[in-house]
Design a protein around this ligand. Structure first.
Ligand SMILES: [Fe+2]
Ligand SMILES: [Fe+2]
Length: 315
């Protein structure tokens, strides 16, 4: 067997078949959209932050404060002033959805408040932040795999994934900057030592569920985003994210050789719980129009289809 073969995690054929099958369902570009405007209008992509005072000339404030946006389980993305059907001024608050997901390291704190940005700027800045947060998550995984005498191919793949995330951070930052937005700082407490079981639990939740779903979403964005630069950026990211998902599943398979039957059952249950919670998030959120058309994020219905594909892998 060549050195190159030893360096590569085997392809997860069912994962790839599922993803490619789902992507075939996305309309071909250019000319098609992920969904027609009307199809995307149902649902509640925003919450009201309450009534707003108009400026003395009667116009709407351009950069209103988001302080009155209601607290949600999802972090606030941005807010803007709009006119209601009765002609009143109102603050509309938009929150990040589970479509903006990846491998979150333990203890990661969401950035406080949303900086001034348009809808796409807010989305790309948050995506860049999450890419940056994935770097320490993979470096920690590599160190822990080595400490637990995992096969070298897994350790190297985790290190390589950290390098991929550095690149992803850079390209997403560039997209955010194009829209006048800045990536928030990653606020992460120092990691504490933990058991093999705790490490594997995080891998099951963040890798086998969240990052695998993130790979599906990135693939969808790479096919449906209106902006060609976003499409090509996300296509390249999706290729890496599929490998990251395959790493998570390979770590999971290796874990099964190290755990007792009871520990394996706990791990399986953690994955099912994460899957259920992701499914609930998919049902709760409808991304706003600019995210669907400009960035190619799946609508709630499309995210549901991607989620069902993931559920087929995870059950
Ligand atoms: Fe990434
Ligand atoms: Fe990743």
């Amino acid at each position: 067997m060549s050195r190159r073969t030893l360096d590569v995690i085997p392809k997860h054929r069912l994962l790839r078949r599922t993803l490619y099958g789902l992507l075939l369902a996305a309309p071909l570009l250019p000319g098609g959209m992920a969904c027609g405007v009307k199809e995307c209008e149902h649902g509640a992509p925003f919450l009201s932050g309450g009534p707003l005072a108009r400026l003395p000339d009667g116009s709407l404030p351009e950069n209103p404060s988001c302080e009155t946006c209601p607290d949600q389980d999802a972090p606030l993305a941005y807010c803007l002033a709009t006119t209601t059907s009765t002609g009143d001024a109102e603050l509309r608050c938009t929150y990040y959805t589970c479509s903006n997901d990846g491998r979150r390291p333990e203890g990661l704190r969401e950035p406080r408040g949303a900086g001034p940005a348009d809808a796409l700027g807010a989305l790309f800045a948050h995506a860049a932040w999450l890419e940056a947060a994935s770097v320490p998550a993979f470096l920690r995984l590599a160190d822990e795999l080595k400490a637990h005498s995992a096969p070298e191919v897994l350790v190297r793949a985790a290190r390589r994934s950290a390098g991929d995330e550095v690149r992803h951070t850079r390209v997403m930052q560039a997209l955010a900057q194009r829209h006048g937005a800045t990536m928030p700082e990653v606020d992460l407490p120092p990691f504490e030592p933990r058991s093999l079981e705790e490490m594997l639990r995080e891998n099951a939740v963040e890798g086998c569920v969240r990052e695998t779903f993130g790979a599906f979403v990135a693939g969808w964005q790479g096919r449906t985003a209106e902006d060609p630069e976003v499409r090509s950026t996300l296509r390249a990211i999706a290729r890496d994210e599929v490998r990251h998902a395959e790493l998570a599943w390979a770590v999971d398979a290796w874990a099964h050789t190290r755990l007792s039957a009871a520990q394996r059952e706990h791990l399986h249950q953690a994955r099912l719980d994460a899957l259920r919670s992701l499914g609930e998030e998919v049902e709760r959120h409808q991304p706003p129009e600019p995210w669907i058309h400009g960035a190619g994020l799946p609508s709630r219905e499309q995210a549901r289809a991607l989620f069902q594909g993931l559920a087929g892998l995870t059950a």
